[in-house]
Ligand binder design. Structure first.
Ligand SMILES: Cc1cc2nc3c(=O)[nH]c(=O)nc-3n(C[C@H](O)[C@H](O)[C@H](O)COP(=O)(O)OP(=O)(O)OC[C@H]3O[C@@H](n4cnc5c(N)ncnc54)[C@H](O)[C@@H]3O)c2cc1C
Length: 368
């Protein structure tokens, strides 16, 4: 007997995509496609740098979660998405037809085309990135090489990385850190007082902050600033900004000048009725931060709206949850379950309880 159910394809299965999958019932034929085996808890990866967390503690088996929800998981990368034809193709040669599609492909590392970044700087977007940085730090310490570090980007990721490096290496001889931010202050978008707090907390350590400063190029020996100043560095960490996946442009979901998939308040694509874009990949009519808690909420709404769309019913708009605030990277059990209630309760992999704030607080109790 042929399957009469409507087909929903979910491209990308992390915060937004997996939430959508869990919210959809078996009344629909749902396929989640993602090239990577693990769901990753990105808000905790900075704590790999201090070895407080392990990669296993931040990963869950994606196939198991999708299977538990009663859906199909395809470990593959979508290379062609043709919304008008209701069709997608994967790198592995699979072709899938869909009645509705939820696009949750997230964001990529943004090198801003600065020469040398892709080759010589380390990215900080995934568990594997965190592990590579931790190993580099450890090998520098083992070799007794001066630990000169440049962190590009004074946003949350850069500051979290700084905190974790200090947490583990603040007593290591030869440690010096330069944090370079192109904006006027650290932690743009957060309360201005945090800039001064952060500088004060770091006063006892060999940390320098350079705001309103742009990096012109990166080499194996360090970075060159736009004003010609050279900063020596054994490790350059690049946390400066996000870039959209090419699939958004190639599929017509983000026609230029758009760069992200522009959607209505209902998360339905402005260009294709049968596509909903969510999470970091989506550009809503009103500003919504590219944060995991928003991705989770968008995933849930996209699932409900895809079902409404397929049934010919009116769609509902996305409202930011009033009680949500920045997920402080906590991976303690209750926090995981509060933040992402769909995660399978028996599969908590959590090794240690800590959050960014905890990490700052632990080694500098007076401040946080
Ligand atoms: C270092 C760091 C710290 C952060 N800290 C916080 C924090 O404290 N609090 C907070 O709320 N947020 C935080 N964030 C942001 C948060 O992680 C993101 O907002 C969130 O991951 C976005 O979820 P998403 O599902 O939209 O995308 P992602 O989590 O990026 O997932 C996208 C998925 O799509 C898949 N994919 C991509 N392209 C394709 C394709 N062509 N075919 C199939 N699959 C594809 C990827 O493999 C990936 O699994 C942090 C992010 C980083 C990097």
């Amino acid at each position: 007997m042929t399957d009469q159910r409507k087909r929903i394809a979910i491209v990308g299965g992390n915060f937004a995509g997996l939430t959508a999958a869990i919210k959809l019932s078996r009344r629909h034929a749902v396929t989640v496609i993602d090239p990577s085996r693990h769901f990753e808890w990105a808000p905790g990866i900075h704590e790999i740098l201090s070895s407080v967390k392990t990669p296993q503690g931040l990963r869950l088996d994606r196939a198991a979660i999708v299977k538990q929800a009663g859906h199909r998981f395809l470990r593959d990368r979508v290379t062609v998405l043709e919304p008008a034809q209701g069709r997608l193709v994967t790198a592995g040669g699979h072709e899938l037809a869909f009645d509705a599609c939820i696009v949750a492909v997230g964001a990529l590392w943004n090198t801003h085309h600065v020469p040398g970044v892709a080759r010589h700087a380390m990215s900080f977007r995934s568990v594997a990135d965190g592990l590579a940085i931790e190993q580099r730090l450890d090998s520098l310490v083992r070799e007794s090489t001066p630990l000169r570090i440049v962190i590009a980007g004074g946003g949350l990721s850069g500051v979290e990385a700084l905190g974790e490096i200090l947490r583990r290496h603040r007593d290591d001889a030869g440690l010096s850190i330069e944090l370079v931010e192109s904006g006027a202050r650290l932690l743009p978008g957060l309360p201005a007082s945090l800039d001064a707090d952060l500088r004060r907390i770091c006063e006892p350590y060999a940390v320098s902050f350079r705001t309103r400063t742009t990096i012109a190029s990166v080499s194996a020996k360090g970075v060159r600033l736009a004003d010609g100043t050279r900063l020596r560095s054994e490790l350059t960490l690049w946390t400066a900004g996000l870039a959209p996946p090419a699939l958004l442009r190639e599929s017509g979901l983000a026609p230029p000048p758009q760069v992200w998939a522009d959607v209505h308040a209902t998360l339905q694509s402005c260009h294709f009725d049968n596509v909903f874009a969510v999470g970091d990949a989506a550009q809503l009519p009103h500003a919504v931060g590219k944060q995991a808690y928003n991705a989770i909420d968008m995933g849930a709404l996209a699932a409900a709206n895809a079902v409404r769309f397929l049934a010919g019913r009116a769609l509902k708009p996305f409202c930011r949850h009033p009680s949500r605030s920045w997920l402080r990277s906590a991976t303690c059990r209750p926090t995981w379950s509060r933040a992402a209630p769909w995660l399978p309760a028996r599969r908590w992999p959590v090794p240690r309880k800590a959050s960014t704030r905890c990490s700052w607080r632990r080694w500098h109790p007076a401040t946080c």
